[in-house]
Design a protein around this ligand. Structure first.
Ligand code: DGT
Ligand code: CA
Ligand code: CA
Ligand code: ZN
Length: 604
């Protein structure tokens, strides 16, 4: 029995939305559908790769298609591109509908739960007749809790337990409605572009959590300077992607976009713009602390300026910096306005000189498309493409850190893969012949549940350095996890602990570990703690970065890119490093090529 593909349901639930993220999701459903229908393997992979590429593409292709602009995205071939264009233009594609037909919608919905792939989802849906899309997660949870899954062939108690946990996590995260910073950037960028169509806009900036570069965003805030408020408000509330106007006044308005995302706009006169930026950027604690500080100096702070309490005179600020200076403070960058002793430090001229994106000299955690026979996804870009991208980004070096060959392979086989890879890479590097640029060859190696590394000891010497990270058994208790990490850090050639907490924002919680212990081992062994720039990870989180910077731990900002486009996400890692109060000296990949070479390999 199968429930037929229902376009209306998809449309209603915005499964077929128009953002890159939603279109990528559609491509993934197509891949799953092909997989379940046992279609050609390469066709399936093509859709999966296209989905990954689209998700990390910085411009909304829907907008491009609507404007009849062409686009080229690596890993999206002609056929898939044509389908996307047809779908975006008409809001519907018969061909896509055909591919998806016969697979119950609930199968796709279940694949959103970690640890449930399309085959498992299909089996569960058909076995338990889970055809109601509105309750499928709760229905499956009940069935699992009743012990009905463990008796199925190929499932067992352990897998039932992990399904229960995964659904619970999914349900608790999906109730939270905060979006990722990278998604907020895209939405805000599109609105700013829309607003800039009016020439009466003199200045425009984001405010609130986006301006602070906070990891998730509740609603989007935008500030504008203009002489013609009414025109701006009218244009803003006419934004094509809105679903509702929440309110529209004379100097502010709010609209709601689909998925219930709210956008607030505020308009100020040029002479008061600095006050407004300041007032609507800091988090609540920063704002309260600053107001108290101003009061101590005899001023009352508002969105319009500082009122001198003695004579009731209002002092305006067109530039935010002047406001901080007037209050006898160093300028406090938005990223650190989180209510974390920044005002005390600014008062005594003691704020750190925060790192900037241009300080970064290379990215040392990139995945290429070389087949290392790993159990994880390979990268999709070739070494040539990665090198070209790195040079465009102005880097002096990169580190290719493909996943380790699967653990079940023999020592002999692993050696063979690693030597072949090095030979293959060496040829490319030799033929490119780039001066003052170096490619390091590394592996991102799994930390096994018992703390051993998933690569034979004898193979470590074939690599310039090792990155280690947890990719399984995330739920170990604190003590086991701590011992596991400490043991792994003791291996030779380990230089980087990658995405240390393993969290996926809104998807998977952080592991629990005694970070005092783990990171002090990193410090002793001069191992860098990664700040993973993937907007879904942003790991180590900024609160921990700040805490361990003060204990002398060193960091490295990497992208973990699986396609060369995603190497551009490094700026998110830099944002998070700023939020953790880091300076250039706290981050190892600000070092010059000679110095990083020495640091990585210990050789001159
Ligand atoms: P979010 O939206 O949850 O990601 O976080 P924010 O920080 O963007 O918070 P939001 O949108 O509520 O407020 C935007 C900014 O305006 C934020 O800097 C706090 C500030 N703000 C909002 N309402 C008030 C208020 O009544 N008083 C003061 N002092 N500040 C406010
Ligand atoms: Ca906000
Ligand atoms: Ca707001
Ligand atoms: Zn990686």
């Amino acid at each position: 029995m199968s429930v037929n593909f229902d376009v209306n349901y998809y449309k209603q639930k915005y499964l077929f939305g128009k953002s890159n993220k939603e279109l990528a999701e559609l491509l993934r459903y197509i891949a799953y559908s092909l997989e379940l229908k046992k279609q050609d393997y390469f066709r399936i992979i093509a859709y999966k790769n296209a989905a990954d590429a689209l998700e990390s593409y910085p411009v909304e292709i829907y907008d491009l298609i609507k404007n009849n602009e062409d686009f080229e995205i690596e890993n999206i071939g002609k056929i898939i591109k044509q389908k996307l264009i047809e779908y975006c233009k008409n809001g519907y594609s018969l061909e896509i509908a055909e591919i998806l037909s016969g697979i119950p919608i609930t199968v796709f919905l279940l694949t959103k739960v970690r640890s449930i792939g399309p085959k498992k989802a299909y089996r569960l849906v058909e076995t338990f007749k889970l055809y109601n899309p509105d309750t499928v997660y709760e229905d499956l949870l009940t069935i699992a809790q009743q012990g009905k899954i463990k008796v199925l062939e190929g499932f067992g108690a352990k897998s039932e337990e992990s399904i229960i946990k995964a659904i619970q996590t999914y349900l608790s995260f999906s109730k939270q409605s905060r979006i990722l910073l990278s998604e907020a950037d895209k939405i805000a960028g599109a609105i700013i572009k829309w607003l800039k169509k009016l020439d009466s806009i003199e200045k425009i900036d984001v405010l609130g959590s986006i301006r602070r570069r906070y990891e998730t965003v509740g609603d989007i805030d935008i500030a504008v300077v203009s002489k013609n408020n009414q025109k701006i408000i009218d244009h803003f509330v006419n934004y094509p992607n809105k679903v509702k106007i929440e309110n529209a006044g004379t100097n502010k308005a709010s609209i709601i976009l689909k998925n219930n995302i709210r956008v607030d706009i505020r308009i100020a006169e040029k002479s008061k713009y600095g006050s407004m930026l300041q007032y609507f950027t800091g988090n609540k604690i920063h704002n309260i602390n600053l107001r108290e500080h101003a009061l101590r100096l005899g001023y009352s702070l508002s969105e319009y300026g500082l009122k001198d309490i003695k004579n009731n005179r209002l002092i305006y600020f067109s530039d935010e910096k002047d406001l901080y200076h007037f209050l006898k403070l160093q300028y406090i960058p938005p990223e650190i306005r989180e209510g974390n002793e920044e005002i005390e430090k600014a008062l005594v001229n003691n704020l750190p000189n925060l790192i900037t994106a241009s300080d970064i000299k290379g990215d040392l955690h990139i995945h290429s498309n070389f087949n290392t026979k790993t159990v994880y996804d390979l990268g999709v870009s070739s070494l040539e493409e990665i090198i070209t991208k790195a040079i465009n980004l102005g880097y002096s070096y990169i580190g290719i850190a493909d996943h380790n060959p699967q653990h079940s392979l023999s020592e002999q086989e692993v050696k063979k893969i690693l030597t072949e890879r090095r030979r293959f890479y060496d040829q490319i590097i030799y033929s490119k012949n780039i001066e003052q640029f170096k490619v390091f060859i590394a592996i991102e190696c799994d930390i096994l549940p018992n703390g051993e590394l998933a690569i034979p000891h004898s193979c470590i010497e074939y690599l310039d350095y090792l990155i280690i990270s947890v990719h399984s058994s995330f739920e170990q208790d604190k003590d086991t996890m701590t011992k596991r990490l400490v043991k792994a850090l003791e291996y030779p050639n380990v230089r980087i602990l990658a995405h240390p907490t393993g969290r996926l924002i809104n998807k998977r919680p952080a592991i629990t570990a005694d970070w005092d212990k783990v990171l002090s081992v990193c410090k002793t062994k001069d191992i860098a703690v990664e700040i993973n720039s993937n907007p879904l990870r942003l790991d180590l989180p900024f609160e921990l970065i700040k805490k361990y910077k003060s204990k002398g731990v060193k960091f490295i900002i990497n992208t973990d890119a699986h396609d060369c486009q995603s190497m551009e996400f490094l700026k998110y890692g830099v944002d998070i490093a700023k939020k953790g109060w880091l300076t250039k000296d706290d981050v190892v990949n600000t070092k010059s090529l000679d110095k990083i070479d020495l640091w990585l390999t210990g050789k001159k």
